[in-house]
Design a protein around this ligand. Structure first.
Ligand code: ZN
Length: 325
């Protein structure tokens, strides 16, 4: 079943209030959002997670799930699928200077370690966990296989992503967005905030980019968290062209893009700073020395005789009686 398992967000779009006209505010003038509390997701079920940021700040978070089930990995290894990395999405984010969050499965990070490392090192991007192999925490969940080891799914993903990228995520999106209260508690125990979203793009198994873009733009509001996919291939074939339309449409309304942490006012997980080399530590000292050379200091045990002799040899110090002799 896993080979046939669809990507996580083949969910029907949830209709939300239409976007009202927003004032255009340049990014640098946006106030940092206050950290927000979780919300009931979906409403009325009593399970709390993060669906959106402040509705009063014209900034939204585009998020991309990098699914990788064992079935998808088998397809990749058998050459049935060329790639589960949607390079075009990355290129668009780069070219447009768009901040975004990518939720990686551990298996995906294992399959694309160089890309995962590059994503983690990109200051415009943030990475989160999408569990180890995209097993469902609650079933039924769009045909995904369920897991009997929920804690292991989270831990293995954390370990794998950290081993590859140096970053231990502090955000998680559950596969298929299928979870309950105990799953949220489990993730929180492990230091992860559960991120859902309020705009489901419907880009999974959707062959119409305009249709995907229309769903997003119809539901987009300030503070929105948008669910899209990063794996491309036959499972999400139109994400890239839809993304171009979404970026253009959102910007035309004065909406800007932030990572999930930026939109929620949370601290992002970042790779550790590399340990400086001896050369890097010494360079500022050397440069300072060149700029303002300081005279060599006198050592306490250094004899003063040369200086005394110098004074005595100075013509001004020679007594009158000794001159011209
Ligand atoms: Zn997914």
């Amino acid at each position: 079943m896993r080979a046939l398992a669809p990507a996580c967000a083949a969910l029907a779009a949830i209709l939300l209030l239409p976007v009202s006209a927003q004032a255009v505010v340049p990014a640098r003038q946006l106030p940092p959002p206050r950290p927000l509390a979780t919300v009931d997701h979906p409403p009325v079920d009593g399970v709390n997670s993060f669906d959106n940021g402040s509705r009063s700040v014209p900034r939204v978070a585009l998020t991309f799930d990098a699914d990788m089930t064992p079935g998808m990995l088998a397809q990749l290894q058998a050459g049935q699928v060329k790639s589960w990395y949607n390079r075009e999405v990355r290129d668009i984010l780069d070219t447009e200077g768009v901040h975004a969050t990518v939720f990686l499965t551990g298996l995906w990070a294992q399959a694309y370690p160089d890309v995962a490392r590059s994503l983690a090192g990109d200051p415009r991007l943030e990475i989160g966990s999408h569990t180890y192999d995209h097993a469902a925490f609650r079933t039924p969940c769009y045909g995904l296989a369920g897991t009997a080891d929920r804690g292991g799914e989270i831990d293995r993903a954390q370990d794998q992503i950290q081993a590859v990228t140096g970053v231990r995520p502090n955000l998680i999106r559950f596969p298929g967005d299928c979870y309950d209260r105990s799953d949220v508690a489990l993730a929180e125990q492990k230091g992860l905030a559960v991120i859902s979203g309020d705009v489901r793009s419907g880009d999974a198994f959707n062959n119409s980019a305009p249709a995907v873009a229309a769903i997003v733009l119809r539901n987009l509001q300030p503070g929105s968290i948008v669910l899209m996919h990063f794996h491309g291939g036959p499972n999400a074939p139109m994400t890239a062209p839809a993304l171009r339309m979404v970026i253009q449409g959102a910007r035309s309304r004065g909406l800007e893009f932030g990572t999930v942490s930026e939109v929620l006012g949370r601290t992002a997980a970042r790779p550790p700073r590399p340990v400086p080399t001896a050369e890097e530590l010494l360079r500022p000292l050397r440069e300072r020395k060149l700029e303002s050379p300081t005279p060599p200091a006198l050592r306490p045990d250094q004899p003063l005789a040369p200086y005394r002799r110098l004074r005595l040899e100075s013509p001004r110090r020679i007594p009158w009686g000794l001159r011209n002799t």
